[in-house]
Design a protein around this ligand. Structure first.
Ligand SMILES: NC(=O)c1ccc[n+]([C@@H]2O[C@H](COP(=O)([O-])OP(=O)(O)OC[C@H]3O[C@@H](n4cnc5c(N)ncnc54)[C@H](OP(=O)(O)O)[C@@H]3O)[C@@H](O)[C@H]2O)c1
Length: 332
């Protein structure tokens, strides 16, 4: 396996084409009761670095800040700062943040400064707004993010969980207002949730915006056959995953079975096939891991060259899904 590297959109940030997600690292809480401790997180991060992964994703909200703390500590122990790329995300402001006395811009600044102190770093390589906020002034959010790049606290900007028209409107105005553009989009995209293909993927491809989707393995559902979903702790207790994939189990099962068929044909794991498919379209998927030993199958995706017939076979059975999670905010 040889890791591939590329640019993050139009920015000067180079990234590995696999990003390791840190949502599973930290102290368990109600939202993520399946997270792992610092020792296990560090062992997984070491495996990732050894395999050439240089791109890591965390968020202000993950596990009450402990995800950022664990990631920062492990990277300080194991890597040189210039050799790794750290992305973090801030939740957009809302009524609650205004009640705390923050203007929308102050909230964004507060989030990044808190994230930097948890990471014990001076800057992040990618600063992402976690979802498009409907209860805030997104112009103020994005112009503050842009100012934080000018101040050297972030190198590039991203958005997560938004519609293509929202990104297009913002990026179209950045040049005339001398603001930094959005260079990457972290959307929800995998073999059993392909709604990003309608507009976001074509938009990003034609405007040099990096696609760095989350949950490329559908939170683990593409790594084992439907009858084995309960084999992992997360498979049993991940209520967020159930809310995203529970309604489409019957439609998704035959697609997951086809991932298994191709895994057997190539003599690799289902994880490898699902990621090989994902890598035919996206810049760098953000993969989650809570057990050592997983990285080899993840990076093995670069060694499998799926044929056009394989891709058509994996694509064939998908039917449009309702939007889930924060993307269902317009109720459609
Ligand atoms: N922007 C957003 O709104 C948003 C939302 C969700 C996630 N994210 C980001 O995306 C990252 C990934 O999300 P995710 O965890 O939902 O995605 P995922 O990569 O689709 O799923 C992770 C699951 O796949 C399993 N897995 C990974 N490699 C495996 C292997 N080689 N063999 C068997 N199973 C394997 C893991 O199992 P084990 O846990 O047993 O290792 C884990 O349960 C997060 O860490 C976070 O950084 C962002």
């Amino acid at each position: 396996m040889v890791m591939e590297y590329t640019h993050l959109g139009n920015s000067d940030v180079t990234i590995s084409r696999i990003c390791l997600g840190a949502m599973g690292f930290g102290v368990p809480n109600e939202q993520h009761p399946w997270t792992v401790d610092l020792e296990t997180s560090t062992a997984i991060i070491k495996e990732a670095l050894d395999a050439g992964i240089t791109f890591f994703d965390t968020a202000y909200t993950y596990n009450d800040g402990t995800s950022e703390e664990y990631l920062g500590e492990a990277l300080r122990r194991l890597a040189t700062r210039d050799d790794v790329r750290i992305a973090t995300k801030c939740p957009p402001p809302d009524v609650g943040t205004r009640e705390q006395g923050f203007t929308d811009g102050e909230w964004v600044r507060h989030c990044l400064e808190t994230s930097l102190s948890r990471l014990k770093e001076d800057y992040v390589d990618l600063f992402i707004c976690h979802w498009w906020g409907d209860d805030c002034n997104m112009d103020e959010v994005l112009s503050t993010m842009s100012a934080l790049v000018d101040e050297g606290k972030a190198r590039a900007l991203g958005m997560s969980n938004l519609f293509a028209w929202e990104l297009a409107e913002y990026n179209a105005r950045t040049e005339e207002r001398s603001l930094h553009r959005i260079d990457s989009v972290q959307g929800h995209y995998n073999l059993i949730n392909r709604e990003e293909e309608r507009e976001m993927i074509p938009y990003c491809e034609s405007h040099d915006v990096a696609l760095t989707p989350y949950s490329p393995l559908a939170g683990g559902r593409l790594t084992r056959t439907p009858k084995h979903q309960g084999d992992s702790l997360r498979g049993r207790i991940d209520h967020i995953g159930v809310s995203k994939y529970g309604a489409t189990l019957d439609a998704d099962a035959p697609i997951i079975e086809r991932v298994d068929e191709l895994a057997q044909k190539y003599g690799v794991s289902m994880t490898t096939i699902a990621l090989a498919w994902e890598l035919t379209t996206v810049t760098a998927p953000v993969v989650g891991v809570t057990k050592p030993g997983r990285i080899v199958d993840i990076v093995g995706a670069f060694d499998v060259k799926l044929t056009e017939d394989d891709i058509a076979y994996l694509d064939e059975l998908y039917v449009p899904h309702k939007l889930v999670g924060v993307m269902a905010r317009f109720g459609r």
